[in-house]
Design a protein around this ligand. Structure first.
Ligand SMILES: Cc1cc2nc3c(=O)[nH]c(=O)nc-3n(C[C@H](O)[C@H](O)[C@H](O)COP(=O)(O)O)c2cc1C
Length: 342
């Protein structure tokens, strides 16, 4: 297991790994008092609370003849989302009167000068903490093949706050195709992470909105949000390292356990180890391990090497590619090491 020069030292290492460290690991399977366990879990939940920030969904819509309102309500009965309705500041306008005269002139003004704030009609004040959301779903009518003007006003004002967020777009029209509305959304949220497929619901189909919206959401969002990354961030001593996890039964089982914080014990100046996490193993002898190797020993011991080693049987979990600073971050004694999926 170690690169040691004497048989005696190797034996000492084996004994210490095999018999001593069971109680020193925070991911331990050792039976604990249920009350104590509950307290520990509550404590853990408290610690994890800040990480939940920014994971909510905001569902925002504008509607003139209530189709978008019905679509938003249908989707809202399928998902958990905060709701925000955009309302024009000017009340009682009939955008469709006189062959859609008002709606038409509003769209014309934006088309003529899309970068001027004065081109966009005033909307009622909105208060949104954008930092709370990682996903924003927009439901909007189509006007003259563009996004309805009041929704454009909202996005002109706040699209910059949506950078990096997942953006879903649902458009309703009588019959016109929605590509112009998709272009408007991308112009107004230039750094949005748009879903590959926007949903088009014709006016005549609004009655089917529950089925249409839930099928769209499940198809796109659930796939989009599934974490398929095989990379993890390993944080120790205030420094973060990236490890590539093997696409193996062991690697995938390890990823399933994350996030995880292990109190890892020191061994022989080249590894930190922690018993208590059982994973499927297919052990074989490794004669040449190096800093950054993340291994499973005897099916229930996570070993992170920060120096050269070898001579024992392991199953590989993964590897840190860039190990600069790893040894100093892990230090010379026991250390708390956090493993999180990227
Ligand atoms: C000003 C205005 C312009 C419209 N332009 C079009 C159009 O170009 N093509 C189309 O198919 N529908 C058009 N419509 C119809 C709406 O897109 C459609 O009725 C939509 O479902 C309305 O959604 P809402 O009820 O949420 O306002 C227009 C409606 C308005 C009010």
């Amino acid at each position: 297991m170690k690169t040691l020069n004497s048989v005696a030292a190797s034996l000492l290492v084996f004994i210490s790994l095999t018999f001593l460290p069971l109680a020193s690991c925070s991911a331990d399977p050792i039976p604990v008092d249920p009350e104590e366990k509950e307290e520990q879990e509550q404590e853990q939940e408290k610690k994890e609370e800040p990480e939940k920030t920014g994971s909510k969904t905001l569902l925002v819509w504008y509607s003139f003849t209530n189709n978008s309102t019905a679509i938003a309500a249908a989707l809202r009965s399928h998902i958990t989302a905060d709701a925000l309705e955009i309302k024009p500041a000017a009340e009682g306008l009939d955008y469709a009167a006189n062959n859609y005269a008002i709606g038409s002139s509003l769209i014309d003004a934006i088309r003529r000068n899309p970068s001027a704030a004065s081109s966009y009609p005033e909307i009622k004040k909105v208060e949104v903490e954008f930092g709370e959301y990682d996903t924003i779903i927009i439901v909007t009518p189509l006007w003259w093949s563009q996004m309805a003007a009041p929704m454009q006003s909202f996005l002109f004002r706040y699209g910059g706050n949506m950078a990096g967020k997942t953006i879903g777009l649902i458009v309703t029209s009588a019959s016109s195709g929605i590509s112009g509305v998709v272009q408007d959304a991308k112009r107004l949220i230039p750094q949005g992470n748009f879903l590959a497929e926007s949903l088009w619901i014709r006016s005549a189909e609004v009655g089917n909105a529950p089925e249409l919206t839930s099928a769209w959401y499940d198809r796109l969002f659930k796939t989009n949000n599934q974490n398929t990354s095989m990379k993890v961030t390993i944080t120790a001593g205030g420094k973060a390292f990236t490890a590539d996890i093997d696409d193996s039964e062991t690697g995938r089982a390890f990823l399933e356990k994350l996030p995880l914080t292990l109190d890892m014990s020191e061994l022989n100046g080249n590894e930190k180890y922690c018993y208590g996490l059982s994973l499927p193993n297919k052990d074989s002898r490794f004669d040449s391990l190096e800093a950054g190797d993340l291994m499973l020993y005897s099916g229930n011991c996570i070993v992170l090497f920060y120096g050269a080693a070898g001579g024992y049987s392991y199953t590989r979990i993964g590897k840190i590619a860039d190990t600069s600073g790893l040894a100093s971050s892990l230090g010379s004694g026991s250390v708390s090491v956090k493993f999180e999926r990227q």
